[in-house]
Write a protein that binds this ligand. Sequence first.
Ligand code: UD1
Ligand code: CA
Length: 456
Amino acid sequence: MAETPAMSTPLAVIILAAGKGTRMKSDLHKVLHPVAGRPMLLHLIDSLNRAGATRRVVVVGASGEQVEAAVAATGVEIAWQHEQLGTAHAALQAKQALADFDGIAIVCFGDTPLLATETVARLAARLEAADAPTVAVLGFRPADAKAYGRIIADADGTIAKMVEYKDATEAERAVDLCNSGVTAVRTRDLWRLLDAVGNDNAAGEYYLPDIVTLTIAEGGRAVCIETGEDEVAGINSRAELADVEAGWQAQRRARAMAEGATLIAPATVWFSHDTVIGRDVVVGPNVVFAPGVTIADGATIHAFSHVEGATVGEGAEIGPYARLRPGAVVGRKAKVGNFVEIKKATLGEGAKANHLSYIGDAEIGAGANIGAGTITCNYDGFFKYKTQIGAGAFIGSNSALVAPVSIGAGAIVGAGAVVTRDVEADALALVRPEQRSKPGWAARFRAQMTARKAGK
Ligand code: UD1
Ligand code: CA
């Protein structure tokens, strides 16, 4: 996403997240439930950062310490709302944290993670327009307006009234323009307006939208701009979480294809928030990209592969049914075939592990061939050890490489070996009993046994 140029007026955001999120039925705070493998709150913070927010305050209540821990590394400030008295009361709790701030504040909700950077910038910029509104509200027209608060506005976006569903008349409920909750207002107006909000309404709560009513009563202007439903759909339940995830995935798949990847069955491919995928990458059906994945140009990820924390080089082939775990680095044109698991291991250029292997804590040189069923025995129940395999080495099928161990470049390990000592470059290592053969034994055995079974 393109950087939005910083506005001249400083921007602060106040993210409300003190609600209990009861409908999630979870011990995890609602705003920490992940979308695309990352807590929804962090999606929102990222988007707000890109809009140029220099100050970020999250208002928390119940389970607030979970949120505090999750944002610890982001420089976001925390304000506590000990009693959930409504959205205006919640926003007011950020006053102390922003006491030294003079600029535009965007108030938004922690459970609306897909709010776009451009929309935030557009809303903030609306305050700077020639008609100088005091408040700008982000509206949307959902297919089902449910119990959202309604915005009664002119065609040009001038707001006449905002009303919560519980307090609305039938005529007001019939209005399809809804309040997303995202609100822009200068801090010098915000605190004064919030202080004046009362709770004489159907819910007995201090409503944030009442700052619009107060503005109009003062003779000021309140306006709204609109955005799409997908961007501001709130998450209140697991079902809504799944809906937002689905929307995010649909967008991400479309972007991957627009950027030159082929997704054979797009609806079955799952991305994470940080997946990086190149041009001419082909992704088969039912592939999952967990967090931390980079796929270089021209790579192919065949069906039913699960890829996490891995880097896949140009033209490499993965799967079908492969599992790449964190720290897997697959080189250019290397191949990882079916039922192969790779963890914290580097596969050099053109190296192959095509069938039924576990490669963990290993370094495999260019062009090496790892035979079917090869296992790196990297763990003794206490510590992990490393396996090194040189360039061009050939590991015979069904070998156990007991780490720490090193196989030299160009060496061959005969099938079925349990390798416990290093193998020098270009050597042949055989670790198995010698084969014996007894001519005619099987035929004699069969004859004897057949006779015994027939009772002779
Ligand atoms: C709110 C809006 C409604 C809007 C809808 C959009 C109000 C009064 N209503 O309704 O106009 O259409 O969002 O989704 O603003 N919160 C606190 N402290 C509180 C109460 C709420 O921090 O005391 C937080 C919640 O954690 C949540 C957000 O504010 O993130 C919105 O609260 P919620 O109760 O979900 O409001 P809605 O009824 O959905
Ligand atoms: Ca809500």
